[in-house]
Design a protein around this ligand. Structure first.
Ligand code: GBH
Length: 424
C-alpha cells in the first residue's frame, strides 16, 4: 500500500511547552533570545496541537490520508535529556498513536526533529559524542512504549540542515556559527542514528528509516558542484547506505572524530530511506576562501512565498539520481516531506505545486525507482523556525493566535485526488 500522508514536527505545532513535565529544548532557549526569529516568534503556543490533536486527526480523516508523519519531542520524554523518564510525555504520544489507529492512519514518528533537550546542549549537544548514546537510550524508551502499535520509525530529520543551520551558520538552534568546524555534528548524529536503529529493532520496531533532505546539484563548475554534492547529499547518504564517508580531503576537511566500528553501526541496514525535497541547487566556482563553492541560486522558475524556486522535475531527477548512485544498496524511498509556502486560502499555486511534484514521483516510478510513500509538508500552518509564523506551509490555514483551522483549496484538491487513485 502506497503511504499517503501529511508531515509535521513537535516544536512547530504542539505548543504547551511547560505542560505535563516537558523539559526545555534548544528551540525554547533560542526562540526566546532577542533577534533569533522573525518578530521574536516562538513555539510556546504554536498550533496548540498538544490540546487540539483530536481536531487535527479529524482533519486527516477528512483528507483521506492513510499515514501521518509526526515527531516526538525528546524533552517531553526525558526532560533532563537522559535518565529519568516522564510518563506524561509518553502518555501524550500513546493517545495520539491510539487515535491514529482508530482512524486507520499509520503512525510514522520521527524521533529527532531538531528539539534537543537543553540539558544535553549544556553538555555540548551534537558536538559531543555522548549525545549519540543518549539518543539511542531515548529511542529505546519510546519504542518500549509504542512499538506494539508503531511499525515504522524515522530516527533523524534532516541531519544536514540541523548541522548547517544550527551549528555552522547559527540561524537555527542552538545558534553556533562554527562553519566547517561543525562537521562532528554530522558524524555524531549519524552515529546516534545507527545506535538508535539497533535500539529500535531490539525493542520490536519492524521498519526503520532515516530522513535526509537532498538536492539535485546543477553544477556550473564541476569541482564546486562535486564539493557541494559531497557535503550536502553524500555526507549523509553514503555512510548510511554504503558504510563509508565521501572523500572530503580535497576541501581540507577531515572527520577526526570517526572511531573504529562507527561506520558499521551507521550502516546498519534500513527498511527505507526518507527523502525531503524542496528544490534543486545551482552551484558555481568559489569566489572567496570561505567555502569551495558559490550558491548561485536557481533562476527562471516561479518561486513560492518563501522565495524558493518551484522545480517539480527536480524531484524526479533526485529520485532517479539516488537509484543510479546507490543501485541495490538503495532501500525503498519514502518522500517524507515536500511542500511550499503560500498564504492564500484559495491556494491555486500550492495545487499546481503538488500536482507537478506528484507527476514527478510517478515519472520516477515509471523509470523504475521504488517510491512507496509521499508526505505533504505540512498539514497545518506552523512555526516555521527562524521565519516564525510568517511562512505558511499548511494544507490547512491556521489563524494565530486563535488556532482556528480552515482547510485551503489545496486540501480539497488533495482529498479529491486521493479519492480517485491509490497511486501518486
Ligand atoms: C524542512 O527543512 C524541515 O524539515 C521542516 O521542519 C520545515 O518546516 C520545512 O522543511 C520547510 O522549511 O535557498 O531557495 O535554495 C527544509 C530545509 C533548507 C529546504 C533550505 C530548502 C533552500 C531553499 N530547507 N532550502 S533555497
Amino acid at each position: 500500500m502506497f503511504l499517503w500522508g501529511t508531515a509535521t514536527a513537535a516544536y512547530q505545532i504542539e505548543g504547551a511547552v511547560h505542560e505535563d513535565g516537558r523539559g526545555a529544548s534548544i528551540w525554547d532557549t533560542f526562540a526566546h533570545q532577542p533577534g533569533r526569529t522573525r518578530d521574536g516568534h516562538t513555539g510556546d503556543v504554536a498550533c496548540d496541537h498538544y490540546h487540539r490533536w483530536p481536531d487535527d486527526l479529524e482533519l486527516m480523516t477528512g483528507l483521506g490520508v492513510n499515514a501521518y508523519r509526526f515527531s516526538i519531542a525528546w524533552p517531553r520524554i526525558q526532560p533532563g535529556g537522559s535518565g529519568e523518564v516522564n510518563p506524561k510525555g509518553l502518555d501524550f504520544y500513546d493517545r495520539l498513536v491510539d487515535g491514529l489507529g482508530e482512524r486507520g492512519i499509520t503512525p510514522v514518528p520521527t524521533l529527532f526533529h531538531w528539539d534537543l533537550p537543553q540539558a544535553l546542549e549544556d553538555r555540548g549537544g551534537w558536538l559531543d559524542r555522548d549525545t549519540a548514546h543518549r539518543f539511542a537510550d531515548y529511542a529505546a524508551v519510546v519504542a518500549d512504549r509504542l512499538a506494539d502499535r508503531v511499525k515504522m520509525w524515522i530516527t533523524l530529520n534532516e541531519p544536514f540542515v540541523h548541522m548547517v543551520f544550527g551549528y555552522a551558520m547559527g540561524v537555527h538552534a542552538p545558534g553556533h556559527a562554527l562553519m566547517l568546524d561543525a562537521l562532528p555534528v554530522a558524524h555524531h548524529q549519524l552515529l546516534g542514528h545507527g545506535l538508535a536503529v539497533r535500539a529500535l529493532r531490539a525493542a520490536g520496531a519492524e521498519q526503520v528509516l532515516v530522513t535526509n533532505n537532498c538536492t539535485p546539484v546543477w553544477a556550473e563548475d564541476a569541482a564546486a558542484g562535486d564539493a557541494y554534492d559531497a557535503l550536502h547529499n553524500r555526507l549523509f547518504n553514503d555512510p548510511v547506505l554504503l558504510g563509508r564517508y565521501p572523500d572530503l580531503s580535497a576541501y581540507g576537511v577531515t572527520l577526526d572524530c570517526v572511531r573504529d566500528g562507527d561506520l558499521e553501526v551507521i550502516s546498519t541496514p534500513l527498511d527505507g530511506l526518507g527523502i525531503n525535497y524542496y528544490n534543486p541547487t545551482r552551484i558555481g566556482a568559489p569566489t572567496d576562501d570561505s567555502l569551495p563553492w558559490t550558491d548561485l541560486g536557481v533562476t527562471g522558475y516561479p518561486t513560492t512565498a518563501f522565495g524558493w524556486p518551484v522545480v517539480p522535475d527536480g524531484l524526479r531527477e533526485l529520485l532517479v539520481g539516488l537509484r543510479d548512485r546507490y543501485g541495490t544498496a538503495l532501500p525503498p524511498i519514502y518522500v517524507t516531506e515536500n511542500g511550499c509556502s503560500y498564504p492564500e486560502l484559495d491556494d491555486q499555486a500550492r495545487i499546481a505545486f503538488l500536482d507537478g511534484h506528484l507527476a514527478a514521483v510517478r515519472a520516477a516510478q515509471d523509470e523504475g525507482v521504488d517510491v512507496r510513500g509521499y508526505f505533504v509538508w505540512s498539514l497545518l500552518d506552523n512555526f516555521e523556525w527562524a521565519e516564525g509564523y510568517h511562512q505558511r506551509f499548511g494544507l490547512v490555514h491556521v489563524d494565530f493566535p486563535t488556532g482556528l483551522r480552515t482547510p485551503r483549496a489545496s486540501y480539497h484538491w488533495l482529498k479529491e485526488h486521493l479519492s480517485r487513485t491509490a497511486r501518486p
